[in-house]
Design a protein around this ligand. Structure first.
Ligand SMILES: C[S@@+](CC[C@H](N)C(=O)[O-])C[C@H]1O[C@@H](n2cnc3c(N)ncnc32)[C@H](O)[C@@H]1O
Length: 209
């Protein structure tokens, strides 16, 4: 694991804020998965669970993994506040994604948003790709190197930033159809309440049946 963004970093980050990102799902997830028929989903690096809850509310059976116990506790509490039916569709797993390996061809959707890793990112994306079932969807979203907000806070960083082209190049063209590989802007609300524009790298690919 990148020590810079290890478990201590994330626990402290969650401890330092009542809620880091709020309860709305990521707009790229809504845009890319909104039309998919529900099945099994993996949310890798689920944070406070907004995406997992959104997926479960649409009928997905979700495995939501994160390294930070504080984030998972908040995520579970939020899900429980929405009822037993929704809660029963999410398995919360505390694990380090640099060593946790999902079963191969297990999920109809594998989604990961803004997980900051450096050296091990390619290997992680490889394991996530391998866990997509034939016909399933891989959705990888991160901060694009042109993102003004994260470059201000972290500097240009290989642990934080990547392009969609870099990620798409790692997917075997014999096994994957790339549906989306692009940079995209979105508006977001900072923890202090001000509005900002963020630049994302978005890759959506379909595993050939
Ligand atoms: C920037 S947050 C994004 C959270 C969520 N995906 C979202 O979009 O709001 C990154 C998340 O990845 C988790 N994370 C970072 N490194 C991890 C690792 N090695 N294993 C598991 N989770 C990790 C952090 O704890 C944090 O919750």
């Amino acid at each position: 694991m990148s020590e810079e963004f290890g478990r201590t970093y994330w626990e402290e980050r969650y401890h330092g804020h009542a809620a880091v990102r709020g309860r709305r799902p990521n707009p790229q997830l809504v845009a890319e998965a909104g039309d998919l028929p529900p099945g099994t989903a993996l949310d890798a690096g689920c944070g406070e669970g907004a995406d997992a809850v959104w997926l479960a509310s649409r009928g997905w059976r979700v495995t939501a993994v994160d390294i930070a116990a504080t984030a998972l506790a908040r995520a579970r509490e939020h899900a429980e506040s929405l009822g037993a039916d929704l809660t029963s569709r999410i398995d919360w797993v505390q694990a380090d994604l640099t060593s946790w390996t999902p079963a191969e061809e297990r999920f109809d959707l594998v989604s990961t948003h803004y997980v900051h890793l450096s050296a091990s990112r390619e290997a992680l994306f490889g394991r996530l790709a391998a866990s997509v079932a034939p016909g399933g969807t891989l959705l990888i979203v991160g901060h694009h190197p042109s993102d003004p907000h994260t470059t201000l806070s972290h500097g240009p960083s290989p642990a934080v930033h990547f392009t969609a082209e870099e990620v798409a190049a790692g997917l075997d063209p014999g096994r994957w159809d790339i549906a989306v590989a692009e940079a995209r802007s979105r508006s977001a609300t900072a923890p202090d309440g001000h509005e900002m524009i963020m630049h994302d790298a978005v890759v959506r690919a379909r595993r050939r049946p």
